[in-house]
Ligand binder design. Structure first.
Ligand SMILES: N[C@@H](CCC(=O)N[C@@H](CS)C(=O)NCC(=O)O)C(=O)O
Length: 218
């Protein structure tokens, strides 16, 4: 987004709204005034975007969430209100680096439908199929295996998937994203077989078989 567009956007609006559906749901890392749970229409969440910085490396790219156009689907997430010129400039500069420069995401404006039935325009960072890090469709077992072995500057790719699944399960019960929760279950199964630990709400615990079976049954 050019600075000229950014300046004109900020001059017109006292606040802007940014929609998160991946790590932005549980780790926005910018100052916001308020947030709302809701959805955008016409997309599905897919772990088809490669990542060689936050959750992967050039030799072992991680997989992070992106949005794929799908007329019949909705993606639930979190819309953040960023108010005031300084906070907007700072947040968009940060997001431009985190999402666009490092992550290969573009910005689009979509209609957001809040849980409280309000609607508003939101800025969404979505990685198009043309960007250099796009990996595209892949079967769940292969994706889970790739994710299990990928680590980046922000932490493990496993943490990225499980933190997102936990956030959605806890805060957005309307979201039934089969792709996300199936991938989580594959990762939990592989974690159990490899007897490694699993992060739950900022604590690292050994993954017990009960938790694994409990997850698969939900
Ligand atoms: N744009 C999506 C996905 C954002 C995302 O997951 N970006 C990654 C890769 S560029 C990121 O910033 N990760 C930070 C982290 O993994 O801790 C969202 O709205 O949440």
């Amino acid at each position: 987004m050019s600075n000229k567009v950014l300046e004109s956007l900020i001059d017109m609006e006292s606040s802007i709204w940014v929609f998160g559906y991946g790590s932005l749901t549980w780790k926005p890392n910018f100052i916001y005034k308020s947030k709302e749970i809701g959805y955008i229409h016409g997309y599905q969440r897919r772990f088809w975007q490669g990542n060689i910085t936050h959750r992967g490396t050039v030799n072992k790219p991680g997989r992070v969430a992106t949005l794929i156009r799908s007329e019949k689907d909705d993606v639930w997430g979190v819309a953040y209100e960023i108010a005031g010129r300084n906070h907007i400039l700072k947040a968009l500069s940060y997001l431009n680096k985190r999402e666009s420069k490092l992550g290969g995401y573009n910005t689009v404006v979509e209609n957001f439908f809040a849980r409280n039935k309000e609607t508003r325009k939101v800025l969404v960072y979505t990685a198009t199929t043309e960007n250099e890090h796009y990996l595209g469709p892949c079967n769940m077992a292969t994706m889970a295996t790739e994710i299990m072995s990928a680590n980046g500057e922000a932490g493990s790719n496993t943490e990225y998937v499980t933190r997102l699944a936990e956030y959605v399960r806890k805060h957005i019960p309307e979201e039934k994203d089969l792709h996300l929760f199936t991938l989580e279950k594959y990762i939990l199964y592989l974690t159990q077989r490899r007897n490694v630990t699993h992060r739950v709400n900022d604590t690292v615990i050994p993954l017990t078989y009960d938790r694994l079976i409990g997850e698969i049954r939900t």
